[in-house]
Structure formats: C-alpha cells, structure tokens
Design a protein around this ligand. Structure first.
Ligand code: SAM
Ligand code: F3S
Length: 485
C-alpha cells in the first residue's frame, strides 16, 4: 500500500527514544508493518516511505526534542509528498492532537497501547487525507493484533505486562501508558515457546513492574472460580521449564511487590540469572515517602538481605533520582550510604526532572541545578567504582556466557554476555576454525575470566555445554563481596 511507483519495496524508518519497553515496541511495530504492509526497515530517514518516532517522556524536555527532530524530517516530506510521518509512544500519549496542531505535516499520532492499529491508521490517513490520532488505552488488545515476533539471535524480550499503577509522585508512566494490565499466562508461555523454535535461549521478561504480573493459569477454571491466580514467581517457574530456555532475566521489578515467593524462586530456579535490577530511587525515608514509593530503606535492605541468602552471588543494580524536590545534603548522604552498603552494580542515575501533570511537579524545588549535578557525579563515581570491583572479583572465576556473535573489535574472536551483563571477548576453541564459528553462536559456554578491562572482560574457553550452562554457585563470582546489608 505504501509502495511508491518505480520502487521495489517500501521502507519504514523508526527512531526510538527511551527504555527497553520502547525498543521492544519499535521491534513489534516493524514486525507488524512487515507482515501487513510488506515494509522493510530503512537505515536512514531519507530512504523511508514511512517515518515513525517512538517517543519517551520520562525525563527532560522530551516533547521539545521530538518537535525539533520532526522539523528535521519535514523537508523530506516536501521532497516526497507520499512520505508519511507518525509520532508514537509517551509524548504522543501526552500531547495527542496538539502534535498535529503544532506540526501539521504529521500524519499519524498513536500511543503505546494503540501501535497495533498502525496499518488501519495508515489506511485511514491515505483514504481521508486527514491526520489520524488514536491514543486510547484499549485493554491489552494490542497483543492480540500483533504478529508473532521475529527475532535475530539467541536472546529476546517478551513483554508480560503494560502500564503501571504505582503512581510514584515524579513519574508520567501511569498517565502515558495507562494502568497495569497483565498479558495472559497462555500468551506469555506461548510467545516464549515460539521464540525457542526460532533459536532463542535467553528471554528477558519486560514490564514497568514485572513482579505485579498476575494471571489465572486456566482462564476457564478461573471463570468458574476454581483456578488460583498465578503470580510472577509461578510465571518464572513455567518460563524456566520451557524446553530450550536456558537463561531468564526480567526488568523492571519494584521493591513493593518483591514477595517471599519471588525471593524463593532464586533458590529453586537456576536458570534465573544472578542479577536483578531493583530501583530504589533514594536512600532517605523522607524522600521515599515524598516520592510515594511505598517502602522504607530498611524494607529495601531486608529484600536485598533475603535475596542474598537465597542466591549468595546475586548482583543488584538500581535506578536513582538525585535532586528530588527538598532533597537535603543529609538525604543525599543517606543515598550514598545505602549505595555503599548494598554494593550496587552498574546502575542508572538521573537528575530529577519535573514532569508536567505529576504531583511532584507542584513541589517547591529550590536545590540549585549545579548542586544536583555535583551530587549525581558523586553517586555515579561511587557506583562505577563498585561495578569495577565486581568485575575484578570475577577474575579467575568460571562464568556461563551466552555467545552472542563475533567481537566488534576482532571478528576472529567471539563475544558473549555473563549473567550480570558483562561482555566477554574470547578466542573460539581450538577445534573451531575462526571462519566457522556460526554453529556455536547462540549457545552457552563456560568461560574462565582472564582479564578485566574498562568496559568488557576477556575470557578463555573452559568447556562447552550444548544443553546450556552447568550452573554452580561455586563457579560464580560473588557480587556481595562488598555488601554490608
Ligand atoms: N518501574 C520502575 C520502578 O520500579 O521504579 C521504573 C520505571 S521508570 C520509567 C525508569 C526510571 O526513570 C525510574 O526508575 C526513575 O529512576 C527514572 N525517572 C522516572 N521519572 C523521572 C523523573 N521525573 N525525573 C528523573 N528520573 C525519572
Ligand atoms: Fe514510574 Fe513508579 Fe511506575 S517510577 S513506572 S510510577 S513504579
């Protein structure tokens, strides 16, 4: 339908802003448009017949950035009147029709929950000549309308829920992506099983708060009031049991629903990686209460302590907001103290950014930006140093690694990823010629870590495990070496 006369195939260019959820959504848009419109992916906006911006409004002046980027593609439309331009994601959700009012050359505006309607919106736009806007939150119908995902490589994301109902006082997500809605148990298990048929060995379950996931395992029995509702720990158990799946990750989890059964899962499920991303945001109870996070520092530390009792080598990473309105030097010192006590691995930290429409945006914020920046740098320096010592502690250990492909720097070598997300470069085993590595890409192996570099590790092949990693906690590095929690 989008195919221009004289051209072989129409193409879509997707520019993604923000988190892994948006990356996932962009890939699903590409799958959908390939299946329904025959569009392939363009590498540059210049070669595209459809340009989509998948936006994020979690921080900073995201809307301004989108308008500035839209301005840059406007001239392409002047050259190619058939070109369609769409804006999706959280900025679209927030701004809606005002995007078209301000940039009348935009043809389609769609939200995170209506991206499955893109083919219909494109058709309507062509038919009516009018810009199409759909930013509703229809109850998770999106997944019913999307084609089966196509993946390259042995690692894939699987969205298990949409939206967020936590309403942290600083965050726009509940307003832009809607309330928490879980995909059904059958859909998630079915999608993971389908991915294994395409060679996937590692899945990352995605959601704003994956541990809020709930679903009846048998919807018919549930309708009759007979089936228990499964929780996230049960879902993990079933995902780990799918033949072919050898490693399971998830992101993001929330401390409020980090239940004892989820902690127990770390004892029972060796395929669950020894790495968890558990956003804490601040180490001050006063600030956590103002953020409406729903836990105290003590409660957070109790989760960490129990997790480490269940899985001694677990690495914990986090999200932090520095300079929340009213944050004093003492509050920030408490954050630094907590970061040191937990011994966080590589984490995300952001300066607070007031988001229009959120309760925190009305709070008096009198900390100068320079002080916020200086606090951010101190926190980042501490966490970087901790992440380095975690890498150092891995030296000499044997790590299960999923071989992802050839090394970027040296194509005669291979690279893979450890449980705690370190890239390891290594020479192929002597019985595999450098030119014939493809059969082992996508498989797990055990590597002995021989060198720690600034952004990667080096390792040597110890043994290959055709059916996945042989995991033993004696093998693993101990990320809790510097934790006092
Ligand atoms: N679901 C996650 C959780 O449990 O907290 C968070 C998802 S949020 C999209 C990702 C991260 O963005 C948050 O953890 C927070 O650190 C950061 N963030 C969200 N709103 C922010 C704001 N207004 N200013 C600065 N950082 C923000
Ligand atoms: Fe945002 Fe808090 Fe949800 S940070 S995504 S409202 S858990």
């Amino acid at each position: 339908m989008l195919k221009p006369p004289g051209k072989d195939a129409a193409k879509v260019y997707i520019r993604t802003f923000g988190c892994q959820m948006n990356e996932y959504d962009s890939d699903r848009m590409a799958d959908l448009l390939a299946a329904s419109e025959g569009l392939s992916r363009a590498q540059t906006p210049e070669e595209a017949d459809l340009i989509l911006f998948n936006t994020c409004s979690v921080r900073e002046k995201a809307a301004e950035k989108v308008f500035s980027d839209l301005g840059k593609v406007r001239e392409l439309k002047a050259r190619n009147p058939r070109l369609l331009i769409g804006v999706g994601g959280c900025v679209a959700s927030q701004e809606g029709a005002s995007i078209v009012a301000r940039a009348p050359y935009v043809d389609i505006v769609f939200g995170p929950q209506t991206l499955h309607r893109l083919p219909e919106l494109i058709r309507q736009r062509r038919r009516t000549g009018q810009a199409q806007i759909d930013i509703r939150f229809p109850e998770i119908e999106k997944f019913d309308a999307l084609p089966a995902p196509s993946v390259k490589g042995a690692s894939a994301f699987v969205s298990i829920m949409e939206g967020c109902s936590k309403y942290c006082s600083f965050c726009v997500v509940p307003y832009t992506r809607g309330e928490e809605v879980s995909r059904t148990f059958d859909e998630v298990i079915g999608e993971v099983a389908e991915l294994t048929a395409q060679g996937v060995r590692e899945v990352t379950l995605l959601g704003q708060n994956v541990n809020a996931w709930r679903g009846p395992t048998d919807p018919q029995a549930q309708a009759a009031g007979l089936a228990p509702i499964a929780d996230f720990a049960t879902l993990l158990e079933y995902v780990c049991a799918i033949p072919g799946i050898e490693r399971v990750r998830y992101t993001t989890s929330h401390p409020r629903e980090f239940t004892p059964t989820l902690i127990e899962a770390y004892r029972r499920l060796p395929k669950l990686v020894s790495h968890v991303h558990l956003p804490v945001q601040s180490g001050s109870d006063r600030i956590l209460a103002a953020m409406k996070r729903g836990y105290t520092v003590l409660e957070y530390k109790a989760i960490v302590r129990r997790l480490r009792a269940a899985r001694p080598d677990i690495c914990i990473s986090s999200d932090f907001i520095v300079g929340f309105p009213g944050e004093t030097e003492a509050d920030f010192a408490a954050t630094l103290r907590l970061a040191g006590e937990v011994g966080f691995d590589d984490s995300y930290s952001f300066i607070y950014s007031a988001r229009p429409g959120t309760p925190a945006a009305d709070l008096n914020d009198d900390t100068p930006q320079a002080i916020k920046l200086e606090r951010l740098k101190r926190l980042q320096a501490l966490i970087e140093q901790q992440a380095r010592s975690i890498s150092q502690a891995m030296l000499g250990s044997v790590q299960p690694v999923l071989i992802e492909g050839r090394s970027r720097r040296n194509p005669a070598e291979l690279c893979g990823r450890t449980d705690n997300n370190r890239t390891v470069n290594f020479a192929p085993p002597t019985n595999v010629l450098a030119g014939q590595c493809e059969p082992i890409i996508g498989r797990f192996t055990n590597l002995k870590i021989t060198e720690v570099l600034a952004h990667s590790l080096r390792g040597v092949w110890v043994e290959s495990h055709p059916h996945g990693p042989v995991w033993s906690n004696e093998n693993a590095s101990d990320c809790s070496h510097q934790s006092s929690v």
